[in-house]
Design a protein around this ligand. Sequence first.
Ligand code: CO
Length: 133
Amino acid sequence: MKLDHVNIATPDADGTAKLLSDLFDLPVVKRVEVADQGVKVVKLDCGNAVVELTEPLGPDTPVGRFLAKNRPGLHHMCFAVSDIRAEIARLKSKGVEFVNDEPKLGAAGLPIVFLHPKSTAGVLVELVEKRDA
Ligand code: CO
């Protein structure tokens, strides 16, 4: 399965982007605010995957609540799959639990789903459907 992105929650997306981009020579490829998810997102290109930095736009947002309980750092990792419903069925047959098992459209307009971290060694895992994955 192909890694699509790693998402890091940070109180300062631009500062974190500058740090990681200087340290690891990763170009910033996108900087966007997604109001309905309450985040500012900065993306760094790693060649075959993306590092996504999300900064909450306020405390009462999903990432704001995450940062109130956890230190800044890894929020989730995402794998690209070509048929998200087939993957959900396959993983469910292995006993995997989902945060939402009905795909919804993510910020990029592609279907996404989140697996429950208790099924995946404590790491929140996202699947995104990319037909060419
Ligand atoms: Co994601």
